[in-house]
Design a protein around this ligand. Structure first.
Ligand SMILES: [Zn+2]
Length: 416
């Protein structure tokens, strides 16, 4: 398919552009600490939303990792056994919904539930904006390794508009994906009367975030809006799009219901959701090796992903580099930091190696799909620059010789 298929022919009016270029909605931007600090153990920054640092300068993700060493895994295993025994179907009908795009983590969960626990998972996928070649290949490999899958792909024109709004207002192109990724799974569970949903890991606890959910076995629906959606629900965004004349009334009426969380209160059976990573130790690299062996998962044939050194995480979407890039602009935390921080915790690399990797890759621009991203959102390079710079906070960024630089990068502030 030629790339110009994805081109948006929709010039913004001056009023629309001035609103987009001047308005900022991410509720976590105001919560950034004024001075930058890095975890004394890993390489994570105190700017990461909701992360907590204790008085020894250690981040909540590292403390969580430490506490995980004391978890009674046998007791967690018994809890999992009880849950699955209660739900396992006798005659082979679906008994658990596993949301996933074909990546290593969801494939691992589905494969474990099926082969280790004798469950009958239905895998559900909320489509990436546009599948990368390797992402689609991995989804196909997963399905062909023995799984049923439902793939929901929302209206491509409306999805572009929501992506433009999310990029410009929230600084996260992924928001429309994240809405559907959570909501769609619960819709299918409800529609098909499968009252059990298994996600992968509790990202807040594993990678640094709020400690409130640390001891929960599943995702509290009350946390969706603030923690996962940055305070911007799909309802709110569609309304903004309508108010600025970007989304028509007819489009708003016909928008897929799968963006919006379903009402989980009604119905004869209550719906349970869990993180598989609550019951068993969660190691992303092990999931990669596991899926390479069992579900045909392949790493990125183009080598490492841009702005990091890894080649097996977050590969499905051609726009994923921009999700990480805007995180770097807003919080000074990019893709290399995200990968290196958990690898330090897992003991795969030491902190000095991590700092060297962050220094080498963190600031790399996701050039490979830049033109594609501009076509998809209808932005041009000038407008993209305006939006990018809007999200650079003064306490994080400085211009030196016409180039943007981090004021306090870890490689300059930490002795190695
Ligand atoms: Zn840490």
């Amino acid at each position: 398919m030629p790339d110009d298929f994805f081109k948006v022919q929709r010039p913004l009016t001056p009023e629309q552009w001035s609103f987009l270029s001047e308005t900022t909605l991410d509720k976590w931007l105001g919560a950034r600490p004024a001075s930058v600090a890095y975890c004394a153990r890993c390489v994570q920054s105190n700017q990461r939303p909701r992360i907590e640092f204790d008085n020894e300068g250690v981040c909540s993700a590292c403390r969580y990792w430490e506490r995980k060493g004391a978890i009674d895994w046998a007791s967690r295993d018994a809890q999992l056994t009880e849950i699955l025994n209660r739900h396992r179907s006798k005659y082979g009908s679906y008994d658990v919904v596993v949301p996933g795009s074909g990546g290593k983590d969801s494939a691992y969960v589905a494969h474990q539930l099926k082969t280790r626990w004798g469950m009958h998972p239905l895998n559900v996928t909320w489509a990436p904006f546009t599948y990368s070649e390797i992402g689609m290949r991995n989804l196909q490999a997963f399905v062909h390794s023995g799984f049923d899958n439902l793939l929901a792909t929302p209206n491509g024109q409306l999805h572009r508009k929501l992506t433009l709004l999310s990029t410009a207002l929230v600084g996260d192109p992924f928001l429309p994906f994240i809405w559907g990724q959570i909501s769609y799974a619960f819709h299918i569970a409800k529609l098909m009367d499968i009252p059990l949903v298994f996600f992968g890991e509790n990202g807040e606890a594993e990678y640094g975030g709020s400690t409130e959910t640390e001891n929960l076995s599943g995702m509290p629906t009350s946390a969706w809006s603030d923690n996962y959606w940055k305070g911007v629900t799909p309802t709110k965004m569609v309304q903004i799009g309508q108010d600025m004349g970007l989304i028509s009334g007819e489009e708003a009426l016909s928008i897929s219901r799968f963006y919006f969380p379903p009402d989980l209160n009604g119905g004869p059976r209550s719906l349970e959701n869990y993180w598989y990573g609550y019951f068993t130790e969660w190691r992303p690299q092990d999931n990669y090796f596991y899926c390479a062996e069992h579900t045909g998962f392949a790493a990125n044939p183009e080598g490492r992903s841009e702005a990091t050194y890894s080649k097996y995480a977050s590969l499905d979407d051609r726009t994923d580099g921009f999700h990480y890039y805007f995180g770097l602009l807003k919080f000074g935390v990019g893709r290399a930091t995200s990968d290196a921080a958990h690898e330090v915790r897992e003991g795969l690399i030491d902190r000095d190696e991590a700092i060297a990797l962050v220094k080498r890759y963190e600031l790399e621009f996701p050039d490979r799909n830049y033109d594609f991203f501009l076509d998809y959102t209808g932005l041009d390079r000038d407008k993209f620059e305006v939006l990018a710079n809007k999200f650079r906070a003064d306490h994080l960024w400085v211009q030196r010789n016409g180039e943007w630089a981090l004021r306090h990068p870890i490689w300059e502030t930490q002795a190695t």
